[in-house]
Design a protein around this ligand. Structure first.
Ligand code: GDD
Ligand code: MN
Length: 373
């Protein structure tokens, strides 16, 4: 086999023409097999692969380094204290100086034999983004684990299509190629949260991108586990809301409100539970409020501010400040609602104004005092 770094396809010596960006978290068993697959699929091209790993505890970082020591066309970025597929891809793409970048998963689910077609579609200038689609003729979605994942995927595609400026059968795909400069120009507007970097890219571009779809299979996972969880799904909904409101409603604020709603539910449920044991309403409501604040803090720490997550002792301090901030928010809520009601006697509007003020206060204080950038 020829050495990939020595081949030329328009790139200057030492700077590959193609970068394959691979986000990976706990994929230790997939690294070496994926590199071997890329060597075959991209033979004769001038390419490199950039693994972006979030300091995986399973040894992925070492597996990438072991490959990189032997092969000049393997590079690794290891991020510490950060998590997220989309943000990993953004950092990988921005670290590349290739003309064309292709993004694919690190678990061998994407069909690497389609890479050349994706790259050439972009390099020829025929389109801005070439997307590996499971839903055009010849594509397949066989690798999705079960009927639930199929339903989720189809629901997500339908929802995304409602927002998209371009026609696309598989906007949820994480397998695509794009010119590096196109991506870099859009990068400052990307939200970077969650799993759906392609969707983020399409929704964040100032002008609709020209997209071409290329049939692609999606294999079952052979090693490791999927990282898709409820939080990632909520981040998907929040991404659509942020983009739909043209950034007026920041993703983090949407997440904060969703968590707040969960808090209202918790407060309600706990209050009823405590009342069930014959406790006075005021005490039951107080217990419900404290539990709701703790639940909100945990959710915000793991979801809303996932990238700024507090650990250990800072977590305890954070919780205390959070409870103080929320208590002041609650007082302001009641105070403003009371003032407005006294002036207008409009119950609903007064109540809503109080609630909005409290949410904005809690959010602003949380973002600046507790989970500082
Ligand atoms: N660096 C980093 N950080 N990588 C991550 C993280 C993270 O927090 N979370 C997931 N990844 C990596 C995984 O290690 C894997 O290589 C890739 O991102 C995809 O993650 P999976 O957990 O395997 O996702 P999936 O199989 O459920 O979903 C995939 O299929 C979708 C098609 O519906 C993803 O590729 C999606 O992008 C794709 O749209
Ligand atoms: Mn996967």
């Amino acid at each position: 086999m020829s050495a990939p770094g020595a081949q030329g396809s328009g790139g200057t010596a030492g700077s590959p023409a193609i970068s394959i960006i691979v986000p990976c978290y706990n994929e230790v068993a997939n690294i070496a097999p994926l590199v071997a697959k890329l060597e075959t699929a991209l033979e004769g091209r001038h390419w490199e692969v950039i693994f972006v790993d979030d300091n995986s505890p399973d040894g992925t970082t070492e597996a990438v380094r072991a490959q990189a020591r032997q092969k000049s066309y393997v590079r690794g970025i290891c991020r510490v204290g950060r998590r997220g597929l989309s943000s990993a891809v953004i950092e990988g793409v921005l670290s590349s100086s290739a003309q064309v970048v292709a993004v694919m998963d690190g678990d061998q689910q994407h069909d690497e034999t389609r890479l050349v077609a994706l790259i050439d579609a972009v390099a020829d200038g025929g389109c801005d983004v070439a997307v590996g689609s499971r839903h055009v003729e010849g594509g397949s979605n066989a690798g999705l684990a079960n009927a639930w994942r199929h339903a989720l995927s189809n629901g997500g595609i339908w929802l995304a299509q409602c927002f998209l400026p371009v026609k696309l059968t598989d906007p949820m795909s994480g397998f695509f190629a794009v010119r590096q400069e196109t991506f870099a120009a859009i990068a400052p507007r990307l939200s970077g949260a969650g799993f759906k970097i392609l969707l983020d890219l399409l929704l964040s571009s100032a002008k609709p991108l020209k997209v071409q779809e290329i049939a692609c299979g999606f294999r079952p996972r052979v090693a490791g586990e999927s990282k898709l969880d409820t939080l990632v799904m909520l981040q998907f909904v929040a991404l659509l809301l942020e983009k739909f409101s043209h950034g007026l409603v920041p993703l983090r604020f949407v997440a904060f409100c969703l968590v707040g709603l969960a808090g209202v539910g918790t407060n309600f449920g706990v209050m009823h539970l405590v009342r069930f044991f014959g406790v006075h309403f005021s005490v039951a409501q107080a217990v419900g409020t404290v539990v709701a604040m703790i639940v909100n803090f945990v959710l915000d720490n793991n979801f809303t501010y996932r990238d700024r997550r507090l650990h250990g002792q800072r977590c305890v301090w954070g919780l205390l400040v959070f409870m103080l901030v929320c208590s002041i928010g609650a007082l302001a809520n009641v105070g403003v609602a009371h003032m407005m009601y006294a002036q207008s006697y409009r119950l609903d509007e007064a109540s809503l104004a109080g609630a909005v003020l409290a949410v904005v206060w809690n959010y602003t204080m949380s973002s600046t005092l507790i989970w500082r950038p």
